[in-house]
Design a protein around this ligand. Structure first.
Ligand SMILES: [Mg+2]
Length: 313
């Protein structure tokens, strides 16, 4: 109910094409920046981060994956694989998405989650593109790559957005808790793209908590968030709502450690859509892997162009 009202609210808001594009590119590049910044401190505790870096706020690579400065990980790579499959098909088609993920895994990625590997292996063995429902599948691996869905379904009926979200998620992750959290992130990005403010985003987070109380994020400060999407989103929501810039929000979330590349990527896509490309600090943009940055910019524009919001303009 709330979401429908929100959509109606925003559809009438002024949103020039240039501003929309800056938000879409901001979301995609923001996601990659968050991935690259967070990967350095993945699996560290806040105390360990403080001892090593003071405040971790510059691109430096390293981390347990021994990355180059500005290098991205599976969060960005899987998003780009998903986006390419959507662009090639002209829609979100499960077989094309699963094939794209399988092809990505063939390239020996620098990192891959357990649930992702299992889903892709099942696809290779049996051809299945939708994993059976499993409560243990509420990891953050489907959410971290969900941005192409937010872009290509912008302006679509909310049931179609939810369907596209399930199609891409269930290739590897299938749980009610995971679906609800990931759909909320997609809706937050879409609300921000259409000019929604922090109040709109809080409303969507509250709607998620009402539907799935596990996501209640206003209690204890979430540090060391693990790969469980509930922990990931608690850290993301706390950091997003406690700050008022892209830079401040991203620094706040990655310094909590834990699954920091993925909290960084998810925070980065929402905050990038909210604050826009120009709000991303230049020192992070210049350090970001150039090939990944170009692919993110190109896909952001192309996916937005195929969305119902832009096709009906
Ligand atoms: Mg990663």
């Amino acid at each position: 109910m709330f979401v429908l009202e929100l959509t109606a609210d925003l559809s009438g808001s002024e949103c020039s094409a240039d501003a929309l594009q800056a938000r879409a590119v901001g979301a995609y590049v923001g996601m990659a920046v968050g991935d690259a910044l967070g990967a350095t401190v993945e699996f560290l505790t806040p105390r360990e981060i403080h001892e090593q870096f003071g405040i971790h706020q510059d691109m430096r690579g390293g981390g347990w994956l021994r990355l180059r400065k500005g290098q991205v990980t599976d969060d960005t790579e899987m998003s780009l694989a998903l986006g390419a499959a959507i662009l090639a098909e002209g829609r979100v088609e499960a077989g094309a998405v699963a094939a794209a993920f399988s092809e990505w895994m063939r390239g020996k990625p620098v990192d891959i989650g357990h649930t992702v590997r299992r889903g892709i292996s099942q696809y290779r063995l049996t051809g299945t593109t939708q994993m059976p429902e499993n409560d243990y599948d509420a990891g953050n691996g489907a959410c971290m790559r969900s941005l192409p869905i937010a872009l290509c379904t912008l302006g679509a009926d909310s049931s179609l957005v939810a369907q596209a979200n399930r199609t891409q998620s269930h290739t590897t992750h299938h749980s009610a808790v995971g679906d609800a959290g990931t759909l909320t992130v997609v809706r937050m990005v879409q609300a921000a793209l259409l000019g929604g403010d922090m109040g709109h985003l809080k409303g969507l987070a509250e709607a998620l908590v009402a539907e799935q109380p596990l996501y209640r994020y206003d209690r204890r400060r979430m540090e060391n968030p693990g790969g469980f999407l509930v922990e990931t989103l608690k850290a993301v929501f706390q950091a997003l709502f406690a700050t008022d810039t892209f830079e401040g929000a991203l620094i706040e979330v990655v310094n909590r450690g834990g699954d920091a590349d993925t909290t960084g990527a998810i925070l980065g896509m929402i905050a990038g859509a909210l604050y826009g490309y120009d709000a991303i600090p230049r020192r992070w943009l210049t350090a970001l892997d150039a090939k990944a940055a170009t692919a993110c910019r190109d896909q952001a524009r192309a996916l937005l162009r195929m969305s119902p919001h832009c096709l009906t303009k």
